[in-house]
Design a protein around this ligand. Structure first.
Ligand code: SF4
Length: 297
């Protein structure tokens, strides 16, 4: 079998040993050398180019609702958290009676234990299921529904895991706390989330002054929304603006910057791209925020 292996950046170091194993089993192994940002980012173009019979995608759970034309095997990367460290959480959660609990795919296999621990210590735990995320309690950088669908009845949201990328997607108007179960550090992410919201408001204000828009379309299978991009173009043109459809697999700020006359981007790809306004050197608005802009024009 011709197999394309795809790893996110943090796991690429393990790629060669997996290729060796498959080759020993008699397969022909190819490794995707492109960056990989999520399960939205399946290397279908590369798989087609090498006539792969299947893709093995490591580190993420299934994301796409539609089955791709090339079979994909998802190999999740489970990382056990030291359960004993959870007790460090309790003094930080004093006064909290009910919380919405979330984590990432690496630790979601231990989600029931995390929940049980908190409940055993007198805290009610609310859990939800995301739109794109596969598991109960799992958040993605673009899908915080596991938290937002239940947080209205909670005192706060608690994320157990590492990094800020996933929990800073939780915009709910309630405190969002993050607990790193390895370093045992506890962080209130609410100010950072509010800052991102403020940045979005600033981008809308700047976009009001712009006349030439670039609408970003990604060819990554789980990020590609050409229909939304075409809708955005029509709506902007109806307001007397110029709008261009820019298609790329990698939405690279410096390559896009060469379209010098473009003053503002409307992003239809990964919604977290809009946080990189500084890299893009222009306001970047997600397509979901375009309606608000159109209402103000
Ligand atoms: S769209 Fe963005 S946030 Fe969502 S899974 Fe892909 S890379 Fe992550």
């Amino acid at each position: 079998m011709r197999i394309l292996l795809q790893f996110p950046e943090g796991l690429k170091q393990h790629a060669l040993e997996h290729a060796d194993r498959l080759q020993k089993e008699g397969h022909e192994a190819f490794i995707s050398g492109s960056p990989c940002y999520g399960a939205c980012d399946l290397a279908l173009d590369e798989a087609r180019a090498i006539r792969a019979d299947k893709i093995i995608h490591y580190g993420h759970a299934e994301y796409l609702k539609e089955k791709p034309e090339i079979p994909v095997e998802y190999v999740e990367w489970k990382v056990d958290i030291p359960q004993d460290n959870l007790s460090e959480l309790l003094p930080r959660l004093k006064g909290i009676k009910k919380l919405a609990l979330v984590t990432t795919v690496q630790h979601v296999h231990q989600f029931p234990e995390m929940k049980k621990f908190l409940e055993k210590n007198g805290i009610s735990v609310l859990t939800g299921k995301g739109c794109f995320a596969k598991y109960e309690g799992q958040v993605l950088g673009c899908d915080a529904t596991a938290a937002t669908s239940v947080a209205k009845d909670a005192d706060c949201v608690l994320f157990i895991g590492t990094g800020r990328f996933h929990p800073t997607s939780i915009l709910i108007g309630k405190p969002v706390y993050s607990f790193n179960p390895f370093s045992k550090s506890f962080t209130d992410l609410t100010p950072e989330i509010l800052k991102l919201e403020k940045r979005k408001r600033g981008a809308i204000a700047k976009a009001l002054e712009c006349d030439v828009f670039g609408i970003l379309i990604s060819t990554k299978p789980g990020q590609s929304c050409p229909q939304v991009a075409e809708w955005a173009k029509k709506e902007l043109e109806a307001k007397g603006k110029k709008a261009y459809l820019l298609v790329s697999n990698e939405l690279n700020p410096s390559a896009l910057g060469n379209f010098r006359k473009i003053e503002c981007y409307i992003n239809t790809a990964c919604p977290r791209i809009s946080e990189d306004t500084e890299l893009f050197g222009r306001p970047v608005l997600n397509a979901v925020d375009l309606k608000e802009l159109l209402g103000l024009l």
